[in-house]
Design a protein around this ligand. Sequence first.
Ligand SMILES: Nc1ncnc2c1ncn2[C@@H]1O[C@H](COP(=O)(O)OP(=O)(O)OP(=O)(O)O)[C@@H](O)[C@H]1O
Ligand SMILES: O=C(O)C1=C[C@@H](O)[C@@H](O)[C@H](O)C1
Ligand SMILES: [Mg+2]
Length: 218
Amino acid sequence: MSDPDAPGTTSGARAPGTTSDAHAPGTRPAVVLVGPPGSGKSTVARLLADRLSVVARDTDTDVEATAGKTISDIFVEDGEPRFRELEREAVAQALAEHDGVLALGGGAVLDAGTQQLLAAYGAAGGTVAFLDVSLTHAAPRVGFNTSRPLLLGNPRAQWQSLMNARRPVYERLATLHVSTDGVPPRDVAERIAGALGPSAEPGTTTTPAVENPVQEDA
Ligand SMILES: Nc1ncnc2c1ncn2[C@@H]1O[C@H](COP(=O)(O)OP(=O)(O)OP(=O)(O)O)[C@@H](O)[C@H]1O
Ligand SMILES: O=C(O)C1=C[C@@H](O)[C@@H](O)[C@H](O)C1
Ligand SMILES: [Mg+2]
Protein backbone atom coordinates (compact mmCIF):
# COMPACT_ATOMS: atom_id res chain seq x y z
CA MET A 1 0.00 0.00 0.00
CA SER A 2 1.53 3.32 -0.98
CA ASP A 3 1.65 6.42 1.17
CA PRO A 4 -1.41 8.44 0.16
CA ASP A 5 0.40 11.70 0.69
CA ALA A 6 3.57 10.73 -1.16
CA PRO A 7 4.42 12.83 -4.22
CA GLY A 8 2.55 11.73 -7.29
CA THR A 9 -0.12 9.74 -5.53
CA THR A 10 -3.76 10.60 -5.88
CA SER A 11 -5.33 11.66 -2.63
CA GLY A 12 -8.96 10.95 -1.94
CA ALA A 13 -11.66 12.97 -0.26
CA ARG A 14 -11.12 13.93 3.36
CA ALA A 15 -13.62 13.97 6.14
CA PRO A 16 -15.17 17.43 6.44
CA GLY A 17 -13.09 19.67 8.62
CA THR A 18 -9.90 17.66 8.38
CA THR A 19 -6.73 19.28 7.08
CA SER A 20 -4.34 16.44 6.49
CA ASP A 21 -2.47 18.39 3.79
CA ALA A 22 -1.86 21.22 6.25
CA HIS A 23 -3.17 23.88 3.89
CA ALA A 24 -2.55 27.43 4.88
CA PRO A 25 -5.21 30.05 4.23
CA GLY A 26 -4.82 31.26 0.66
CA THR A 27 -3.40 27.93 -0.51
CA ARG A 28 -4.46 26.95 -3.99
CA PRO A 29 -3.68 24.17 -6.44
CA ALA A 30 -0.43 24.47 -8.38
CA VAL A 31 -2.44 23.63 -11.49
CA VAL A 32 -5.96 22.45 -12.34
CA LEU A 33 -6.45 20.08 -15.28
CA VAL A 34 -9.67 20.20 -17.30
CA GLY A 35 -10.73 18.46 -20.50
CA PRO A 36 -13.02 15.77 -21.91
CA PRO A 37 -12.94 12.06 -21.05
CA GLY A 38 -9.75 10.53 -22.38
CA SER A 39 -7.82 13.78 -22.55
CA GLY A 40 -5.53 12.35 -19.88
CA LYS A 41 -6.34 14.49 -16.84
CA SER A 42 -5.93 11.71 -14.26
CA THR A 43 -2.85 10.25 -15.92
CA VAL A 44 -1.12 13.58 -16.45
CA ALA A 45 -2.01 14.71 -12.93
CA ARG A 46 -0.02 11.83 -11.46
CA LEU A 47 2.96 12.37 -13.77
CA LEU A 48 2.97 16.13 -13.28
CA ALA A 49 2.68 15.76 -9.52
CA ASP A 50 5.71 13.47 -9.55
CA ARG A 51 7.54 15.99 -11.68
CA LEU A 52 6.71 18.84 -9.28
CA SER A 53 7.10 16.75 -6.10
CA VAL A 54 3.56 17.51 -5.00
CA VAL A 55 0.40 15.44 -4.48
CA ALA A 56 -2.10 14.68 -7.24
CA ARG A 57 -5.79 14.82 -6.48
CA ASP A 58 -8.73 13.83 -8.68
CA THR A 59 -12.27 14.98 -7.99
CA ASP A 60 -13.68 11.78 -9.51
CA THR A 61 -11.80 9.84 -6.83
CA ASP A 62 -13.03 12.24 -4.17
CA VAL A 63 -16.66 11.81 -5.25
CA GLU A 64 -16.36 8.03 -5.21
CA ALA A 65 -14.81 8.13 -1.73
CA THR A 66 -17.55 10.40 -0.42
CA ALA A 67 -20.35 8.33 -1.94
CA GLY A 68 -18.72 5.01 -1.15
CA LYS A 69 -19.42 3.71 -4.65
CA THR A 70 -18.25 4.05 -8.20
CA ILE A 71 -19.30 6.89 -10.46
CA SER A 72 -21.18 4.41 -12.65
CA ASP A 73 -23.15 3.24 -9.62
CA ILE A 74 -23.90 6.82 -8.57
CA PHE A 75 -25.30 7.52 -12.04
CA VAL A 76 -27.42 4.35 -12.03
CA GLU A 77 -28.62 4.42 -8.41
CA ASP A 78 -28.82 8.16 -7.65
CA GLY A 79 -28.88 9.83 -11.07
CA GLU A 80 -26.63 12.34 -12.79
CA PRO A 81 -28.00 15.38 -10.86
CA ARG A 82 -26.83 13.80 -7.58
CA PHE A 83 -23.44 13.05 -9.13
CA ARG A 84 -23.12 16.67 -10.26
CA GLU A 85 -24.02 17.86 -6.76
CA LEU A 86 -21.33 15.68 -5.20
CA GLU A 87 -18.91 16.79 -7.89
CA ARG A 88 -19.61 20.49 -7.29
CA GLU A 89 -18.87 20.02 -3.58
CA ALA A 90 -15.75 17.98 -4.29
CA VAL A 91 -14.37 20.61 -6.66
CA ALA A 92 -15.03 23.49 -4.26
CA GLN A 93 -13.39 21.61 -1.39
CA ALA A 94 -10.35 20.63 -3.44
CA LEU A 95 -9.87 24.14 -4.83
CA ALA A 96 -9.97 25.47 -1.28
CA GLU A 97 -7.59 23.02 0.33
CA HIS A 98 -5.37 21.28 -2.22
CA ASP A 99 -2.01 22.73 -3.13
CA GLY A 100 -0.80 20.11 -5.60
CA VAL A 101 -2.08 19.07 -9.03
CA LEU A 102 -5.87 18.84 -9.29
CA ALA A 103 -7.62 16.84 -12.03
CA LEU A 104 -11.33 17.57 -12.46
CA GLY A 105 -13.98 15.22 -13.80
CA GLY A 106 -14.63 15.85 -17.48
CA GLY A 107 -18.00 17.53 -16.95
CA ALA A 108 -17.18 19.47 -13.77
CA VAL A 109 -16.77 22.72 -15.69
CA LEU A 110 -20.45 22.71 -16.68
CA ASP A 111 -21.52 23.85 -13.22
CA ALA A 112 -21.97 27.63 -12.98
CA GLY A 113 -20.55 27.82 -9.47
CA THR A 114 -17.51 25.79 -10.50
CA GLN A 115 -17.03 28.09 -13.48
CA GLN A 116 -16.96 31.08 -11.14
CA LEU A 117 -14.45 29.40 -8.83
CA LEU A 118 -12.19 28.46 -11.73
CA ALA A 119 -12.42 31.91 -13.28
CA ALA A 120 -11.46 33.48 -9.94
CA TYR A 121 -8.61 30.99 -9.50
CA GLY A 122 -7.29 31.80 -12.98
CA ALA A 123 -7.70 35.55 -12.51
CA ALA A 124 -5.69 35.29 -9.29
CA GLY A 125 -2.78 33.75 -11.18
CA GLY A 126 -3.74 30.07 -11.00
CA THR A 127 -3.19 27.79 -13.97
CA VAL A 128 -6.17 26.03 -15.55
CA ALA A 129 -4.75 23.69 -18.18
CA PHE A 130 -7.15 22.46 -20.87
CA LEU A 131 -5.96 19.09 -22.15
CA ASP A 132 -7.31 19.07 -25.68
CA VAL A 133 -7.80 15.90 -27.70
CA SER A 134 -9.58 14.92 -30.90
CA LEU A 135 -12.09 12.09 -31.19
CA THR A 136 -9.58 10.11 -33.24
CA HIS A 137 -7.08 10.13 -30.38
CA ALA A 138 -9.61 9.97 -27.54
CA ALA A 139 -11.35 6.86 -28.88
CA PRO A 140 -8.54 4.33 -28.34
CA ARG A 141 -7.67 5.92 -24.97
CA VAL A 142 -11.17 5.76 -23.55
CA GLY A 143 -11.95 2.39 -25.05
CA PHE A 144 -15.55 3.50 -24.71
CA ASN A 145 -16.38 0.89 -22.11
CA THR A 146 -19.11 0.97 -19.49
CA SER A 147 -17.06 2.79 -16.85
CA ARG A 148 -18.01 6.12 -18.44
CA PRO A 149 -21.78 6.29 -18.05
CA LEU A 150 -22.23 9.32 -20.27
CA LEU A 151 -20.72 7.51 -23.23
CA LEU A 152 -23.10 4.55 -23.20
CA GLY A 153 -25.09 3.87 -26.36
CA ASN A 154 -23.17 5.44 -29.21
CA PRO A 155 -19.86 6.32 -27.53
CA ARG A 156 -18.19 8.13 -30.40
CA ALA A 157 -21.20 10.30 -31.15
CA GLN A 158 -21.74 10.91 -27.43
CA TRP A 159 -18.12 11.92 -26.91
CA GLN A 160 -18.16 14.29 -29.87
CA SER A 161 -21.46 15.78 -28.74
CA LEU A 162 -20.08 16.36 -25.22
CA MET A 163 -16.92 17.91 -26.61
CA ASN A 164 -18.81 20.21 -28.99
CA ALA A 165 -20.91 21.52 -26.11
CA ARG A 166 -18.01 21.84 -23.68
CA ARG A 167 -15.20 23.12 -25.86
CA PRO A 168 -16.23 26.78 -25.48
CA VAL A 169 -16.27 26.36 -21.69
CA TYR A 170 -12.91 24.62 -21.55
CA GLU A 171 -11.42 27.32 -23.77
CA ARG A 172 -12.93 30.18 -21.82
CA LEU A 173 -11.70 28.92 -18.45
CA ALA A 174 -8.28 27.78 -19.62
CA THR A 175 -5.16 29.81 -18.99
CA LEU A 176 -3.11 27.15 -20.77
CA HIS A 177 -4.14 25.09 -23.81
CA VAL A 178 -2.25 21.85 -24.38
CA SER A 179 -2.95 19.67 -27.41
CA THR A 180 -2.41 16.04 -26.46
CA ASP A 181 -2.94 14.39 -29.86
CA GLY A 182 0.07 12.19 -30.47
CA VAL A 183 1.82 13.55 -27.36
CA PRO A 184 2.73 10.95 -24.71
CA PRO A 185 1.37 11.73 -21.23
CA ARG A 186 4.85 12.34 -19.85
CA ASP A 187 5.48 14.99 -22.50
CA VAL A 188 2.13 16.60 -21.76
CA ALA A 189 3.16 16.83 -18.11
CA GLU A 190 6.52 18.27 -19.12
CA ARG A 191 4.89 20.98 -21.24
CA ILE A 192 2.67 22.01 -18.36
CA ALA A 193 5.58 22.03 -15.94
CA GLY A 194 7.47 24.27 -18.35
CA ALA A 195 4.53 26.64 -18.63
CA LEU A 196 4.25 26.95 -14.87
CA GLY A 197 7.52 28.81 -14.90
CA PRO A 198 10.23 29.43 -12.34
CA SER A 199 8.17 28.62 -9.26
CA ALA A 200 7.75 25.07 -10.57
CA GLU A 201 11.26 24.93 -11.99
CA PRO A 202 13.62 25.35 -9.06
CA GLY A 203 16.92 26.82 -10.15
CA THR A 204 15.70 28.11 -13.50
CA THR A 205 14.55 31.52 -14.69
CA THR A 206 12.65 30.42 -17.76
CA THR A 207 9.78 32.65 -18.87
CA PRO A 208 6.46 30.78 -18.66
CA ALA A 209 5.58 29.42 -22.11
CA VAL A 210 1.86 30.08 -21.93
CA GLU A 211 0.38 28.70 -25.13
CA ASN A 212 -3.07 30.16 -24.70
CA PRO A 213 -3.26 33.11 -22.32
CA VAL A 214 -6.44 33.85 -20.44
CA GLN A 215 -9.15 35.20 -22.66
CA GLU A 216 -11.36 37.65 -20.84
CA ASP A 217 -15.02 37.45 -21.68
CA ALA A 218 -16.84 40.68 -22.24
N1 LIG B 1 -1.46 11.87 -24.10
C1 LIG B 1 -1.87 10.59 -24.10
N2 LIG B 1 -1.53 9.78 -25.12
C2 LIG B 1 -1.93 8.48 -25.13
N3 LIG B 1 -2.69 7.90 -24.17
C3 LIG B 1 -3.05 8.67 -23.13
C4 LIG B 1 -2.67 10.05 -23.03
N4 LIG B 1 -3.19 10.56 -21.88
C5 LIG B 1 -3.85 9.56 -21.30
N5 LIG B 1 -3.78 8.42 -22.04
C6 LIG B 1 -4.41 7.13 -21.73
O1 LIG B 1 -5.80 7.32 -21.94
C7 LIG B 1 -6.57 6.63 -20.95
C8 LIG B 1 -7.51 7.63 -20.27
O2 LIG B 1 -6.72 8.58 -19.54
P1 LIG B 1 -7.27 9.29 -18.25
O3 LIG B 1 -8.08 8.35 -17.43
O4 LIG B 1 -6.11 9.96 -17.61
O5 LIG B 1 -8.25 10.38 -18.88
P2 LIG B 1 -9.20 11.41 -18.14
O6 LIG B 1 -9.08 12.69 -18.87
O7 LIG B 1 -8.86 11.43 -16.69
O8 LIG B 1 -10.65 10.80 -18.38
P3 LIG B 1 -11.99 10.99 -17.49
O9 LIG B 1 -12.54 12.35 -17.79
O10 LIG B 1 -12.90 9.91 -17.98
O11 LIG B 1 -11.60 10.84 -16.05
C9 LIG B 1 -5.56 5.97 -20.01
O12 LIG B 1 -5.42 4.63 -20.41
C10 LIG B 1 -4.26 6.72 -20.27
O13 LIG B 1 -3.13 5.91 -20.09
O1 LIG C 1 -17.41 13.93 -18.89
C1 LIG C 1 -18.14 13.72 -17.90
O2 LIG C 1 -19.22 14.31 -17.74
C2 LIG C 1 -17.66 12.76 -16.90
C3 LIG C 1 -16.32 12.45 -16.86
C4 LIG C 1 -15.72 11.62 -15.82
O3 LIG C 1 -14.49 12.20 -15.43
C5 LIG C 1 -16.65 11.46 -14.62
O4 LIG C 1 -16.66 12.65 -13.86
C6 LIG C 1 -18.06 11.13 -15.04
O5 LIG C 1 -18.04 9.88 -15.71
C7 LIG C 1 -18.65 12.21 -15.94
MG1 LIG D 1 -9.97 11.08 -14.95
